[in-house]
Design a protein around this ligand. Structure first.
Ligand SMILES: *[C@@H]1O[C@H](CO)[C@@H](O)[C@H](O)[C@H]1NC(C)=O
Ligand SMILES: *[C@@H]1O[C@H](CO)[C@@H](O)[C@H](O)[C@H]1NC(C)=O
Ligand SMILES: *[C@@H]1O[C@H](CO)[C@@H](O)[C@H](O)[C@H]1NC(C)=O
Ligand SMILES: *[C@@H]1O[C@H](CO)[C@@H](O)[C@H](O)[C@H]1NC(C)=O
Ligand SMILES: *[C@@H]1O[C@H](CO)[C@@H](O)[C@H](O)[C@H]1NC(C)=O
Length: 418
């Protein structure tokens, strides 16, 4: 099948998504978990403990350092924010020492800066960290509490529960959030607890009740973790890919760029592959001390544009070449597309020769923009070009639709080195 045909077919598929109007493109923001876990030791680690100060610090950075304008607007609390006890009315409450202002004030702090606040709960007796969970008879109360506080997103984990509680609870929370009248984006960890695949997971149903969902295990601060997650999603791309679309996204978990586990090339690889997957872009890092190199990758406008493409089609792996280069592709609006060449090699930069026609692009001249180097080239579909891909790194191309004008012909036959 020609890729142009595939683009057309994907655009015609009409599917239902959770009808709250939110997250028509993959959400972007910041989430505490991977970097800060359940650090509640505010006496000895005041800068990094889970407290309102941490979220305010990140909000300040997002709004002052150019993140918000690029789309990074969610500031999301994860586990370990609450008190160990519900209040006298049976409502969840924030830990009074670490969140003395309360969650409603924290939400206001975000809204005053053009940001949104996300919170965390668990469809079970306890959260994964042992804090109060949401039992079936507490769903409506908790949804109303979050709405009263002005929360904009809920991530609902699934520790300490079972299949039947999850099967009843996840859809009911969706209804309960809707019933509050406040538009609250809904992130479901449900499929990750069901093994991520049908027949246990019903992706049609997920798309109708959740805005995003975690299909697979938690990310850790290592390249092995990034690679195993990415490999799982692309191995199962024919199952999980079609589930995604505007308002409903597969979530391969947080971006760990800016932490300790990834080299520069590996950081670029995570960013590129997450954009191909139309994945939510939630950073979990320290925006107060992030290096300019990591920041440049996370703030790369071309990749963000690819990630946020309005058509919202999840990309896929086109081929796994035996030389150790994988090729990934995502169709974009206006007949554009993104290509990623990723190297599994561990020797040296590999010069990979390819043409767009070998990747089934239709006949014509194309413009290509290399997103990290900012280089532009023009190629005919049959022109061979070479990309030099670093070990565990990527070359990512933004490919523009066929250029019809004859004057481009001169350039095309030279072949390009991107
Ligand atoms: C609730 O759902 C209805 C229909 O499913 C939708 O029209 C409405 O916008 C939703 N409201 C909120 C607050 O999500
Ligand atoms: C699942 O958990 C609920 C609540 O804890 C319990 O009532 C129910 O019996 C459990 N079901 C199974 C099949 O274990
Ligand atoms: C999956 O969910 C959809 C929508 O809720 C439903 O129509 C369908 O019957 C479910 N499929 C299975 C196999 O349960
Ligand atoms: C996209 O491709 C289709 C089919 O080749 C063509 O009809 C349409 O005009 C193109 N759209 C743009 C914006 O180039
Ligand atoms: C190109 O199309 C052919 C024929 O349909 C198919 O066998 C091949 O796998 C495709 N190649 C890529 C890279 O998608």
């Amino acid at each position: 099948m020609h890729l142009a045909v595939a683009i057309f077919a994907s655009a015609l598929v009409l599917t239902l998504a959770l009808d709250n109007g939110l997250m028509r493109t993959p959400p972007m923001g910041w989430l505490a978990w991977e970097r800060y876990r359940c650090d509640i030791d505010c006496e000895r680690d005041p800068k990094n403990c889970i407290s309102e100060n941490l979220f305010k610090d990140m909000a300040d950075r997002l709004s002052e350092d150019g993140w918000r304008e690029l789309g990074y607007v969610y500031v999301n609390i994860d586990d370990c924010w609450s008190s160990m006890e519900r209040d006298k009315q049976g409502r969840l409450q924030a830990d009074p020492k670490r969140f003395p202002g309360g969650i409603a004030n924290l939400a206001r702090y975000m809204h005053d800066r053009g940001l949104k606040l996300g919170i965390y709960g668990d469809m079970g007796t306890h959260t994964c960290g042992g804090y109060p969970g949401t039992n079936l008879d507490q769903i409506e109360t908790d949804a109303q509490t979050f709405a009263d506080w002005g929360v904009d997103m809920l991530k609902l984990d699934g520790c300490y529960s079972n299949e039947s509680v999850q099967a009843e609870g996840y859809p009911r929370m969706s209804k309960a959030l809707n019933a509050t009248g406040r538009r609250i984006a809904y992130s479901c960890s449900w499929p990750a607890y069901q093994g991520g695949l049908p027949p246990k997971v019903n992706y049609t149903q997920l798309g109708e009740i959740c805005n995003l969902w975690r299909n697979y295990g938690d990310i850790q601060d290592s390249w092995d973790s990034v690679l195993s997650i990415s490999d799982w999603f692309f191995k199962n791309q024919d199952i999980v890919g079609p589930a995604a679309g505007p308002g409903k996204w597969n979530d391969p978990d947080m971006l760990i760029i800016g932490n300790f586990g990834l080299s520069t090339d590996q950081s670029r690889s995570q960013m590129a592959l997450w954009a191909i997957m139309a994945a939510p872009l939630f950073m979990s890092n320290d925006l107060r001390t992030i290096s300019s190199g990591a920041r440049a990758i996370l703030q790369n406008k071309a990749i963000i544009r690819i990630s946020q493409d309005p058509m919202g089609v999840q990309g896929k792996r086109l081929l796994k070449d035996k030389c150790g280069i994988d090729v990934y592709w995502r169709p974009l609006s206006d007949n554009g597309s993104a290509l990623v060449f990723f190297s599994r090699r561990n020797d040296m930069p590999y010069r990979y020769q390819i043409s767009l026609s070998k990747l089934n692009y239709t006949t014509g001249l194309y413009k290509m923009y290399e997103v990290f180097m900012g280089k532009v080239g023009t190629v005919e579909d049959t022109s061979e070009f070479t990309v030099s891909v670093n070990p565990s790194g990527v070359v990512m191309l933004y490919v523009f639709p066929p250029v019809k004008h004859r004057q481009f012909h001169g350039n095309a036959n030279r072949g390009s080195h991107i």
